[in-house]
Design a protein around this ligand. Structure first.
Ligand SMILES: *Cc1c(COP(=O)(O)O)cnc(C)c1O
Length: 380
């Protein structure tokens, strides 16, 4: 079956007791034991497992083609959980262009635990090989990357990691499994901020890690370690959060396809506008890794793009103040289009250009979005 069908039918069945089509939300924190001590339903305590979380995890596992999935309270909680599976003294190799929070977790939380990390240009195999250290245990990829939309070669880099007995993770938040299947390309782990496209409506935080079967060849304990961090550490999503993300998944494919089609139109419009110095969007033939994106993404390039304003940072700020349909806000993946001055939200460690704006294209009509950008760019 196709992803659209699986997203709807993996974990959603009419409830036998009521006939309800929509899944119930099981708020109970605890579950009754049988006289012999057994848990008839398999559930004992909601931190350990909950029916809504099970439903979400089974759907995520199927959508990414993994062998198991673990849901977390946010994308950042999922990130922290993966990094906590490593040992003090281990090294993580991150991309130069990466979600700033991932880097902040390494810098501010895990460095004091003795976890080492560094960044390199992951668009370049030789640069990754050069940055590799004897203690590199995790190659962290983010493609397309935030906020520069760089593309790295998942198959080639996952192969490198496998040969060096390290795990290769792909943060697949921006591409979604609709456009990119990292496990099928050889990656061992997939990470999602389900807050974004999976939830899809800017109203729920969540994260997930999906484990591919080959991960166990590299680290046989990775699944049990992650499960322990999830259930003992307890940064789990609430039943309602799981329900919301699960509902979002049922419409993921149509939303992402429509948003992606609009993003390409917006990118093409901006690419020919004299006020714009550069448009970072892997769907444009001018993107430096466009051919790779065509090869490894499945017919679409996502709905995120970033632009550089020719007249500098001031012009970027002005554009955000003149748009009427785009909302000035961080985050992405919702139905409403957002525009953001990225460097100022990333803070003092940011290397993002000051004239860069990041756009999340929503589900408005693309002609309206282009009209809004046209009028905003025309203002003095
Ligand atoms: C938003 C985001 C995260 C973090 O997710 P939260 O749910 O905000 O913690 C991680 N990676 C990427 C690529 C993101 O866009």
């Amino acid at each position: 079956m196709h992803l659209e069908t699986r997203a709807i039918h993996t974990a959603r069945r009419p409830d036998h007791s009521s006939g309800a089509i929509a899944p119930a939300i099981q708020l109970s924190t605890t579950f009754e034991r049988q006289p012999d001590g057994a848990f008839a339903s398999g559930y004992s305590y909601t931190r350990t497992s909950n029916p809504n979380r099970t439903a979400l995890e089974s759907t995520l596992q199927v959508l990414e083609g993994g062998q198991s999935a673990f849901a977390f309270a946010s994308g950042s909680a999922a990130t922290l959980a993966v990094l906590q599976t490593l040992q003090p003294g281990d090294h993580v190799l991150l991309p130069q262009s990466v979600y700033h929070g991932t880097l902040a977790i390494c810098r501010t939380i895990l460095a004091q635990w003795g976890l080492q990390y560094s960044q390199c240009d992951q668009t370049n195999l030789a640069a990754v090989q050069a940055a590799w250290q004897p203690n590199t245990r995790l190659l962290w990829l983010e493609t397309p990357s935030n906020p520069l939309l760089q593309i790295s070669d998942i198959a080639v880099l996952a192969d490198l990691a496998s040969h060096r007995r390290a795990l290769c993770l792909v943060d697949n938040t921006w591409a979604t499994p609709i456009w990119q299947q990292p496990l099928a390309l050889g990656a061992h782990l997939v990470l999602h901020a389900t807050t974004k496209y999976m939830g899809g409506h800017s109203d729920v935080l969540g994260g997930a890690v999906i484990i591919g079967s080959t991960a166990l060849d590299i680290d046989p304990d990775v699944e049990s370690k992650l499960q322990n961090i999830q259930t003992l550490g307890g940064s789990v999503p609430s039943p309602f959060d799981c329900w919301l993300v699960g509902r979002g998944l049922t419409t993921l494919a149509v939303r992402v396809r429509a948003q992606t089609a609009s993003a390409l139109q917006v990118a093409e419009f901006l690419a020919q506008h004299p006020a714009i110095d550069a448009v970072h969007y892997p769907g444009l033939t001018t993107h430096p890794q466009h051919a790779l994106a065509v090869r490894q993404m499945q017919g679409g390039f996502g709905a995120m793009l970033s632009i550089l304003l020719r007249a500098g940072a001031q012009a970027a700020w002005q554009l955000t103040s003149h748009v009427q349909l785009f909302t000035r806000a961080t985050s992405l993946g919702g139905v409403e289009s957002l525009i953001e001055h990225r460097a100022s939200i990333e803070g003092p460690h940011s290397t993002t250009p000051q004239n860069l704006l990041r756009l999340s294209i929503g589900l408005e009509h693309p002609i309206d979005l282009i009209a809004d950008l046209t009028q905003a760019l025309a203002q003095p």
